[in-house]
Design a binder for this molecule. Sequence first.
Ligand SMILES: Cc1cc2nc3c(=O)[nH]c(=O)nc-3n(C[C@H](O)[C@H](O)[C@H](O)COP(=O)(O)O)c2cc1C
Length: 200
Amino acid sequence: MDIRYNLPYQVMDIHDAIRTRRTIAKFTDEPVPPEILIDLLSAGIWAPNHHLTEPWRFIIIGPESRRELAGRFAELKANKVPAEDVARRSRVHAEHERKFQSIPVIVAVASACDGDEIRRREDFAATACAVQNIQLAAWAEGIGVKWSTSGLIRDPLAYRLLNIDPAQQEIIGLLFIGYPAEIPVRDRKRPLSEVIRQVP
Ligand SMILES: Cc1cc2nc3c(=O)[nH]c(=O)nc-3n(C[C@H](O)[C@H](O)[C@H](O)COP(=O)(O)O)c2cc1C
């Protein structure tokens, strides 16, 4: 399915974007133009946010940091394989390092964690809204995103590599961004009728 419309004169209807957007795991090699990336991230900053805290922070991962993060990503994945299975460990490491390196664009998203627990929760929610804005804006341009919450986002080394102080900001995800090589078919298990009720 080609979801790309003839931009900029025709844009995908918001309802189509919401319903047809899928999390994309496989990307083509086509690069995402930097100006389009900036355009997508700028959709993020229009998300709703209580007290206008604007808690979102976007970190575009350059080649040097990506190399280091790829190594760490692969290491964390390989660590899940029993230590005695050396061959499989090394295979898993190589596979994940290659996979991480092949993602066209990676953006880390962090959320400021100032203030009390209520503020932190609201800021997290606002940053999640920003991510969805980005995902939908991307989809409307034929670009797919995966919001990844792999172990890397909780890893102290990743915080150091990205120069993020965990006392000030929390990484809420890595966005893997690129043109889809495959669009999975996914449904929702619960229809609206199962999750909606009215109170008198
Ligand atoms: C907070 C959050 C974290 C997610 N983390 C991952 C992840 O680590 N790996 C992954 O493959 N997908 C991740 N996803 C994507 C979900 O797996 C995906 O949204 C879900 O399977 C529904 O598919 P769809 O987005 O295509 O509708 C995450 C989604 C959200 C909202």
